[in-house]
Design a binder for this molecule. Structure first.
Ligand code: NAD
Ligand code: ZN
Ligand code: ZN
Length: 345
């Protein structure tokens, strides 16, 4: 008997999470038990708890998929990790390993994947179970609070930027400067791109400016799209939409250059209008993107560990998780909120 741990549990969609004392789980074959040191709070966790998407999470569940911590115990057959190793738990809990997607580096598209904090318990607790083959390696002695946001916000931004195929010296628009967007600005700059930023909140826009975005516009301004087109000399080669509003998806079509690519990663429930004529005649590519594979994750972590990008973090104790979700709902978090398990309740 290992004792108990505190964790935040969702029992009903749309209701507040409850902080509970639960037995510390035991890792099965191929699994590890991770002592969570810090867990980022992604807008996806809010979508999960609200039941926003067509596929609902399995109730009851512990949300969270940006968990950084230390291996506490290894299950049978786990030989490449040992107690004390620093690891990260991301959205992709595990996948089948055998399908056409898994064998081609697209495990994020596996139809049999399981997702942390959605179909299996996640990282809003003092311990979590992970699949040993799918955890990310973190540098030993790393800043767990600072690296946690990389495990979803970071890798999703990094991969999404690459999926626009914008080249160094070209322009990318980052739409939505929240947890994902504030990291996307930094990844894009580190990748040699010129960055324009768009959001509806003045405080998010000043954050974008302080991070070095060269063009910063408020999506609610009448001339917003024209400002971006003019500033980029005819539209951006890439647009990354992280915004949690369907209107931002339609706006993206007004900011992209001929032959450009719009990469969609934001997941507000709903649909958006797509002008067929523009997409066809301007040869626009519209592309969805979901997190990143394990290699993308390692690269995104590497860039953060070497200081090329740095998450702006608001730390909270686990007991404040509902306060965090309420703030996230109204756009009230600057950068990323991170549950720091070392903070007293
Ligand atoms: P966040 O709440 O931290 O940031 C969202 C930002 O969008 C805020 O700054 C908000 O002001 C801005 N915004 C709202 N309406 C806008 C508009 N009309 N135009 C421009 N900006 C607008 O959220 P986050 O954690 O960064 O997540 C963003 C979205 O990405 C969520 O829907 C989340 O579920 C999704 N997500 C997708 C993936 C993926 O793999 N595809 C991974 C992580 C998160
Ligand atoms: Zn996420
Ligand atoms: Zn598979």
């Amino acid at each position: 008997m290992k004792g108990t741990m505190r964790a935040a549990m969702a029992h009903r969609l749309g209701a507040a999470l409850t902080i509970e004392h639960l037995p510390i789980p035991t890792p099965g074959p191929g699994e590890v038990l991770v002592k969570i040191r810090a867990s980022g709070v992604c807008h996806t966790d809010l979508h999960a708890v609200q039941g926003d998407w067509p596929v609902k999470p399995v109730l009851p569940f512990i949300p969270g998929h940006e968990g950084a911590g230390i291996v506490a115990e290894t299950g049978a057959g786990v030989n490449h990790l040992r107690a004390g190793d620093a690891v990260g738990i991301a959205w992709l809990h595990d996948a089948c390993g055998r399908c056409e997607y898994c064998i081609s580096g697209w495990e994020t598209l596996c139809e049999r994947q399981r997702n942390s904090g959605y179909s299996v318990n996640g990282t809003f607790g003092e311990y979590a179970i992970a699949s040993a083959a799918y955890v990310a390696r973190l540098p030993s002695g790393c800043d767990f609070v600072g690296l946690a946001p990389i495990l979803c916000a970071g890798v999703t931004s990094y991969k999404g930027i690459r999926e626009t195929q914008a080249r160094p010296g070209e322009w990318i628009v980052i739409s939505g400067i929240g947890g994902l967007g504030h990291l996307a600005i930094q990844y894009a700059q580190a990748m040699g791109l010129h960055v324009a930023a768009i959001d509806v909140s003045e405080s998010k826009l000043s954050l974008a400016r302080s991070l070095g975005a060269e063009i910063v516009v408020n999506a609610n301004d009448i001339g917003a799209l024209e400002d971006i087109r003019r500033g980029t000399g005819g539209g951006a080669q890439g647009v990354l939409v992280t915004a949690v509003s369907p209107s931002a998806f339609t706006q993206a079509l007004g900011m992209v250059r001929r032959k450009g690519t719009i990469c969609l990663v934001g997941l507000p429930p709903g649909e958006f209008a797509t002008p067929i004529f523009d997409v066809v005649l301007k040869r626009i590519t519209l592309r969805g993107s979901i997190v990143g594979n394990r290699q993308d994750l390692a690269e995104a972590i590497d860039m953060a560990a070497y200081g090329k990008v740095q998450a702006m973090v608001e730390p909270y104790p686990l007991s404040q998780v509902n306060v965090v979700l309420d703030r996230l709902r109204v756009g009230g978090i600057e950068g990323r909120a991170v549950l720091d398990m070392s903070l007293a309740a």
